[in-house]
Design a protein around this ligand. Structure first.
Ligand SMILES: O=C[C@H](O)COP(=O)(O)O
Length: 271
């Protein structure tokens, strides 16, 4: 996370909670209410950070009602979308439905979609484009498994996923895109990539975006780290130059813990 001379963030920090397949629609509302209450203290300036939650599809209508009704400063999005707009695709959810529910974001290519549902780079590229078609910002997830990390080819592997995911995007879309680097071996395992590992990959992703598009695009694209993020390691990871945010799984299910991640550093403390 880089700050400019006046102390402002160059890219607005983005702290996202992926609830995965947890929290039914009643539990989801309760969690969001607790989070909103916890984030309503006057000692921090939350306008300096963007907070988003990614609940299951079945929670989205309730989340929309709560967020819009109470004007909570929390964005929300889907955990996946179809590459198609409508039609005979049983079980799939269109980006246009997410848009209509007020989703600002959608996760694309989370490692659990890539591995459990065998989603290919080609399909994920189509999903990224579908998200833009429906004016929902995609959060493209990339990252390597343990064997690839041990073989030392993690940067090459992750950049190949990135190139495939952004193929055919305009420069404007690439600048709006959010990319989440999630080393699969660090997801839900308690194994956290060190801040320097997160920085190494995020710097490589930013350099790749500069080469695929241009420096101005690369300077705007927000890059997140995900994998066993907790309140006690968030600040160190966020201190890295090219890390602009966090994609939090397990710890986002606890409102107090997630709120402490949102308040990762002293820049949010009001005078
Ligand atoms: O989307 C979130 C990531 O998969 C990280 O999950 P985790 O924080 O439970 O390791």
């Amino acid at each position: 996370m880089t700050t400019s001379a006046n102390g402002n963030f160059v890219r607005k920090p983005f702290i996202a909670g992926n609830w995965k397949m947890n929290m039914d629609h009643v539990q989801g509302i309760t969690l969001l209410q607790k989070l909103a209450w916890t984030l309503s203290d006057a000692t921090h300036d939350y306008s300096r950070v963007e907070v988003a939650v990614f609940p299951p599809f079945t929670d989205l209508r309730g989340v929309q009602t709560l967020v819009q009704g109470d004007e909570l400063g929390v964005a929300y999005g889907g955990q996946d979308l179809s590459q198609h707009d409508s039609g005979a695709y049983t079980g799939d959810v269109s980006g246009q439905f997410l848009n209509k529910l007020g989703c600002a974001y959608v996760l694309v290519g989370h490692s659990e979609r890539r591995t459990i549902h065998n989603e290919s780079d080609e399909v994920l590229n189509a999903k990224v484009k579908a998200a833009f078609r429906h004016e929902v910002t995609p959060v493209l997830c990339v990252g390597e498994g343990l064997e690839i990390r041990q073989a030392g080819t993690h940067v090459e592997h992750t950049l190949a996923q990135l190139r495939a995911g952004v193929a055919g995007l305009t420069a404007e879309q690439a600048a709006e895109l959010v990319v989440a680097y999630e080393p699969v071996w660090a997801i839900g395992t308690g194994e956290v990539a060190g801040p320097e590992d997160a920085q190494e990959m995020c710097a490589a992703i930013r350099a790749e975006l500069a080469s695929l598009f241009d420096d101005a695009v690369a300077a705007k694209t927000r890059l997140l780290y995900g994998g066993s993020v907790k309140a006690n390691n968030a600040a160190a990871i966020m201190a890295e130059t090219d890390v602009d945010g966090l994609l939090v799984g397990g710890a986002s299910l606890d409102a107090a813990e997630f709120a402490n991640i949102v308040r990762f550093e002293s820049h949010l403390v009001t005078d």
